[in-house]
Design a protein around this ligand. Structure first.
Ligand SMILES: [Zn+2]
Length: 306
């Protein structure tokens, strides 16, 4: 069993620190230990996830160079935090995580959740394809609206949603500086496969989509024949997103961190039908093992890198 399917299995599988260490070893070195210095596969296994290379005598711990590197917290607590984050359908606030794990510090909970968000964005970066609705929405502040200049306290978010008949497929979200064709084309090319069919409203910034190698359909009127709003899928996602930000994160989160919350939302939404939360747990652990450690300072100062 590569991942726990539910809470019971999680508790069964990770009872001790050694259970967590063994799990990390199986994910980091699925074919056996490999020395990160000389590449040798000959080693002495020591306690607490340490290996000594027989050839160059370097000692490596399974957590070396991963997000768990040199943490003062046990892997058991880390694993519970990750499990808790993926097991809650709508996510968890830093305060909630602090409480459930009995962490002494709010800052630790806050930092961890931001670390996990960075792991979320790394997995599953295949572009959207097929029929895709695209629009921009303003979020933040008291009122909602579109493209309004001088919309203070608001962020402009580009939204792309795959349309699968009456259902929606995957989504992509990004904070964009403005609704210019440059900004929108950059978003579209980064997130949607060429030759997909993109549906937008009549905003002129979308006029170059065809030149970029996409099919383009414009929904012009406020209402279509069925009396529905245009781009219903994008708008449904936008309202779910707003509700999620308000619900889980209390307020529209710290402005320069908004992109990371968008990443978390995308990760959750795109995996909403995943039958096992455990698979999400495995994905985050896998990314965690392959991700260099991040300090609190780095998290507070780091700009979103896409
Ligand atoms: Zn070596």
């Amino acid at each position: 069993m590569k991942y726990p399917a539910n809470q019971m299995e999680f508790e069964e599988k990770f009872k001790t620190e050694q259970d967590c260490i063994d799990y990390l070893i199986s994910i980091r070195w699925p074919h056996g230990f490999e020395c990160p210095i000389c590449g040798s596969i000959r080693s002495w296994k020591k306690i607490k996830g340490r290996f000594e290379c027989i050839d160059c005598h370097t000692e490596t711990t399974v957590t070396n160079g991963t997000i768990f590197h040199k943490s003062t917290k046990s892997l058991l607590i880390w694993f519970r935090a990750i499990w808790w984050m993926v097991a809650q359908k709508n996510g968890v606030s830093a305060k909630g995580l602090q409480k459930i794990l009995g962490l002494g510090s709010y800052q630790t909970a806050w930092t961890w959740l931001h670390k996990f968000r960075r792991l979320m964005v790394l997995s599953g970066r295949n572009k959207l394809q097929g029929i895709v609705e695209v629009d921009e929405v303003l979020i933040g502040g008291k009122t909602s609206g579109k493209r309004g200049r001088g919309a203070e306290g608001k962020s402009l978010i580009a939204v792309a949603v795959e349309v699968k008949g009456r259902k929606t497929g995957r989504v992509r979200l990004a904070k964009i500086p403005d609704a210019s064709s440059d900004s929108l084309n950059t978003f579209i090319e980064a997130n949607i496969e060429p030759s997909s069919t993109i549906i937008t409203d009549g905003w002129p910034s979308y006029n170059e989509i065809r030149q970029k190698g996409y099919n383009h359909k414009v929904q012009k009127s406020k209402m279509n024949e069925e009396g529905d709003e245009v781009l219903p899928n994008v708008h449904r996602i936008a309202s779910l997103l707003k509700r999620w930000l308000l619900g889980t994160h209390q307020s529209y989160v710290n402005k320069n961190k908004l992109e990371f919350y968008l990443d978390e939302y995308v990760f959750r939404y795109n995996r909403r039908t995943s039958t096992s939360r455990g698979l999400l747990f495995l994905r985050l652990i896998e990314q965690g093992v392959n991700t260099a450690p991040l300090s609190y300072d780095k998290i507070t100062n780091q700009k979103h890198g896409r």
